[in-house]
Design a protein around this ligand. Structure first.
Ligand code: CUA
Length: 333
């Protein structure tokens, strides 16, 4: 008999920890900052409160049934009443609840599927193992891992993949949408307030999946236009001797095989993020590190240690070459 206690304890412990573990998810989705995310959060709350109401009613009925069990043995009429409770509580009401929640959720989904408005800004988002290429076709440039959008304006994202299936997810702005090789999916996002919103790859895509993150920076329209103009411009040519040495290092070592610095150095194959105006971004390696000189040095010397699975190889170089390279890339501090 004593031997049975331990498994029983385990069972109770498991039951008790499920609700705790269930709350380990990402709570950002319940702090929506755009119409798409508001719609999704509303659907979530509808289901949540429906589930709470059903639980309370079922438990109340269960306790009432246990409490009044003896009565039914003595009064046959109570048994008839009991059957009516089972019919209504066990079939009719749950069915009505299911129909109501399904209709509400379907209406929400139809709203989410509506065609993007004419004035939507188009951005092509390409998923790579393990970073995000962000192309602004109207402005004619590409950047990486930091998506800037104007506040209050719908943005139509054309989602594509260069390799495997990824999933674009910025919980405060919208739900997840997959990036599938060979097809273009569409997602319309909009931010109602300026701010920096965290984004993730939400589909396991390989060893570096957890480091495939991005930022969405929502700016007031005037500020966004300024950013767009600044990013569309080519990089300025190196203006110090150290930066000039850096350009030489960038071209001589393998950096320029995969990375472009527009107007200064074109990649042989555009396999890595465009590094034009790298200094204007706040993170490195798809939100793995803050964008500082020391972290950039760490990233260049040990990419596999920092982000296992990245396509970026370590490039042996002297300390002087590294300093020059960082100067050339324009990361200020
Ligand atoms: Cu890309 Cu996970």
């Amino acid at each position: 008999m004593r031997g049975e206690r331990a498994p029983r304890l385990h069972r109770w412990w498991t039951v008790l920890t499920v609700p705790l573990l269930a709350s380990c998810g990402n709570e950002l989705a319940l702090d929506p900052q755009g119409p798409g995310a508001v719609q999704i959060a509303n659907s979530w709350w509808i289901l949540y409160w429906a589930a709470v109401a059903v639980c309370l009613i079922v438990f109340a009925a269960l306790f009432a049934a246990v409490w009044r069990r003896r009565q039914s043995a003595e009064h046959p009429q109570a048994e008839v009443r009991g059957k009516a409770v089972v019919l209504w509580g066990g079939a009719v009401i749950p069915l009505l609840l299911l129909i109501a929640t399904t209709v509400l959720i379907l209406l929400g989904m139809r709203w989410l599927d509506a065609a993007p408005p004419e004035d939507a800004l188009a951005v092509r988002v390409t998923g790579h193992m393990f970073w995000w290429e962000l192309e602004y076709p109207d402005a004619g440039f590409a950047t990486a891992n930091e998506l800037h959008i104007p506040v209050g304006q719908p943005v139509r994202l054309e989602l594509e993949s260069a390799d495997v299936i990824h999933s674009f997810w910025v919980p405060q702005l919208h739900g997840k949408t997959e990036l599938v090789p060979g097809r273009t999916n569409e997602l319309v996002i909009q931010a109602d307030a300026p701010g920096v919103y965290e984004g993730f790859c939400a589909e396991f895509c390989g060893q570096g999946h957890s480091h495939m993150r991005l930022l969405v920076v929502a700016q007031m329209p005037a500020e966004f236009d300024q950013w767009l103009e600044q990013q569309a411009a080519d990089a300025s040519p190196p203006d110090t001797e150290l930066a000039e040495q850096g350009r030489e290092v960038f071209g001589r070592l393998i950096c320029s095989n995969c990375h472009s610095v527009r107007g200064v150095s074109e990649a042989v194959v555009e396999a890595g993020p465009d590094l034009t105006h790298l200094g204007s971004r706040s993170t490195l390696a798809a939100r793995t590190l803050p964008n500082t000189r020391s972290q950039l040095a760490n990233w260049i010397t040990d990419p596999q240690g920092i982000k296992p699975g990245t396509q970026m190889p370590a490039t042996p170089m002297t300390g002087q070459e590294l300093d020059a390279l960082i100067e050339f890339l324009g990361v200020a501090e």
